[in-house]
Design a protein. Structure first.
Length: 620
């Protein structure tokens, strides 16, 4: 990552940084004064960067408990005349949508930017929802940058447009913009921040009568923005003007098209849209009027294709449309330069030979590197907790509704994963229709505060006979170890204050105690909350190493080990591997890599022949 000093240096500089850091720098250069966000890959580094820089800049920034809280916090600042911003991953939009749709009606005062990072290909997400549709459904302008430099500039532009039209601006990134690393030109910025000033009145009350009046104003606002786009410089036409073909694209797809045309050695007219909502109809019609073929290149949904095809028909233009409707690209997963070159080749010709086939290259590599599913880290407290639970769940044919977090990696007990906070609500639902089987919900500490609280209140209210297991690892680990309310709020106190009668805590490494507690909880009528509290093993390991503390690792006695595989194959701690006989290729015994072991002790508790023990430090 770019260093904090580089990120906030108020000077002209070219800095090698992540797309997300470029976005953060754009916000700083734009003079953002309030920033609030909930972490979510691929957006998290934006928030990490701005929150780390906030103290030095003298601005307010926070990790909020969820995306809706973050949006509303930022919105209050905006309507007080302050430049404000929030950032989230695409599914975070579903959490904040309630506020967004109404706020769009009422508009803004200080510039307001909602950065959303979509995740085509589901690299770290549960779906591929395409946030460009917000432009249609929520009627908010949507900017789509095509590289990290443009992402930085578009954030600044977004604040300007927001203030010019009093509109909530969405800037849509995708994983390949957010996580790309490139040289980005940083510019100097103003640091004269102002005080907020809220004017009393009825403008910001979304009451039915006011909403009825506001909706036509919002429709008119989007029309005004649409008329303004041609003079904004956000729509760019490139290439020759005498071709029967024309390509329309936006965002990262534009970068793939540029690569693809170079691969194919073709020069085709290209319209790149910076604002994808509202659409720059004037420029689009001008571009399309003399073309016989319009090619749409975009990821996931046929957003541009559907909307622009309708526009062309309405204006009596009938070029042949090539896009998802003709199958040149898929309606799912991400694109790349090769896929786009293949899609274009079938229409405009050219040679593909100069480009690497990524799938072929992957095939060559996987001959040497075996496929491994993502695993819990060495010493992970989630693995220990799930190991204990798996016995209870299997024995009782329990149903296990899990949630979103590192613990989604569980290989043993999970039955359902839906969305943030769904574990407790789904457990409630199961408990109403499944008889004589224990129902478990599993949730992390951050998700508990994100959307678990309301579900737990509902479970208490309706006396759901469920066992809620909270894994409190003291942080939001999956998205980069962000802090969360566990710093100041005790989950046990919260559960008790919500009316849960059976609340108990234990250390997930303590198997004996855990077994007793699970058995006791199963006998309890009504909701129980079991908190397994242990700092994230990965973070603990880093803290120990940074502070020079010794880690007491474990070792395996090769004379005792019977190579049963319990610690490697079943428990799956990545710190343990086989020692293989080089002649017979047989597994002789297992070995612990001391550079990876966190000393959690769990393997020593589960080894059936007690071959594992604390390593003796010969220096002592
Ligand atoms: S003690 Fe055992 S289970 Fe724990 S990290 Fe070390 S090798 Fe893995
Ligand atoms: S569980 Fe014990 S006996 Fe089995 S492979 Fe591991 S160290 Fe060897």
């Amino acid at each position: 990552m770019a260093r904090l000093e580089e990120l906030i240096a108020n000077e002209e500089n070219i800095v090698l940084c992540l797309g997300n850091e470029a976005i953060a720098r754009g916000a700083i250069e734009a003079g953002v004064q309030l920033f609030a966000a909930y972490p979510g890959t691929p957006s998290s580094e934006i928030s990490t960067a701005i929150i780390s820089a906030s103290k030095s800049l003298g601005i307010y920034a926070e990790w909020s408990t969820n995306e809706k809280v973050a949006f509303e916090t930022a919105y209050a600042a905006s309507i007080s005349g302050i430049r404000a911003m929030t950032a989230c991953k695409h599914v975070g939009i579903n959490v904040l949508a309630d506020a967004l749709y109404s706020a769009a009606y009422m508009g803004t005062k200080g510039g307001f930017v909602l950065l959303v990072a979509d995740d085509p290909h589901c690299f770290s997400s549960q779906n591929e929802q395409d946030s460009r549709w917000l432009g249609v459904s929520a009627q908010v302008p949507v900017l789509e940058p095509s590289n990290p430099q443009e992402a930085k500039e578009f954030i600044k532009k977004a604040f300007e447009i927001s203030e010019k039209f009093e509109a909530i601006m969405v800037v849509r990134s995708t994983t390949r913009i957010s996580h790309a690393r490139s040289d980005v030109q940083f510019n100097t910025y103003e640091t004269s921040y102002s005080e907020g000033d809220f004017e009393k009145g009825r403008r910001y009350q979304c009451l039915p009568a006011l909403a009825r009046a506001n909706h036509p104003k919002l429709v008119a606002k989007m029309e005004t923005i649409k008329e303004w786009i041609p003079e904004s410089g956000l729509s760019i036409i490139e290439g020759p003007n005498n071709s029967e073909f024309g390509i329309i694209t936006s965002g990262i797809s534009y970068s793939y098209v540029k690569d693809a045309l170079e691969i194919l050695n073709k020069d085709i007219p290209l319209l790149k849209l910076g604002l994808v909502a509202p659409l720059d109809e004037k420029t689009i019609l001008e571009f399309a009027k003399d073309k016989k073929n319009i090619i749409f290149i975009e990821e996931v949904d046929p957003y541009l294709e559907d909307r622009i095809s309708a526009l062309l028909i309405q204006n009596s233009l009938a070029p042949k449309i090539h896009g998802k409707c003709t199958g040149i690209t898929k309606r799912y997963h991400e694109l790349n330069s090769r896929l786009v070159a293949e899609a274009l080749q079938g229409i405009i010709g050219g040679e593909l030979s100069s480009v690497v086939d990524i799938q072929e290259a992957e095939g060559e590599i996987t001959e040497f590197i075996p496929f491994r599913p993502p695993l819990f880290c060495p010493g992970c407290q989630h693995r220990a907790a799930f190991w204990e639970l798996s016995k209870v769940v299997r024995k009782n044919k329990g149903i296990f509704a899990s949630d979103i977090g590192c613990y989604s990696l569980d290989p043993w007990v999970t039955d359902t994963i839906l969305c943030m906070g769904a574990g407790i609500s789904m457990a409630n639902g199961f408990s109403r229709v499944i008889k004589d089987r224990p129902i478990f919900a599993y949730i992390g500490d951050s998700t508990f505060f994100h959307t678990g609280l309301t579900a737990l209140a509902n479970a208490v209210y309706h006396k759901a006979n469920i066992n809620v297991l909270v894994l409190d690892n003291r942080m939001t680990a999956m998205t980069g170890f962000q802090p969360n309310p566990t710093e100041v709020i005790d989950i046990a106190d919260v559960a008790k204050s919500l009316g849960v009668e059976y609340v108990v805590e234990f250390d997930p490494y303590d198997f004996e105690n855990g077994k007793k507690i699970f058995e006791e909880a199963l006998l309890h009528e009504g909701p129980s909350v079991i908190i397994m509290r242990k700092i994230c093993a990965n973070e603990w390991w880093r803290q120990q190493r940074r502070s020079g503390q010794k880690i007491e690792v474990y070792q395996i006695d090769p004379e005792i080990c019977i190579a049963c595989g319990t610690c490697i194959v079943q428990y799956q701690c990545p710190a343990i591997h086989w020692s293989i006989d080089t002649n017979s290729k047989e597994k002789k015994y297992s070995v612990i890599d001391p550079s990876m072991c966190t000393g959690c002790s769990v393997c020593s508790q589960i080894c059936p022949v007690k071959a594992i023990s604390k390593a003796v430090d010969e220096n002592e």
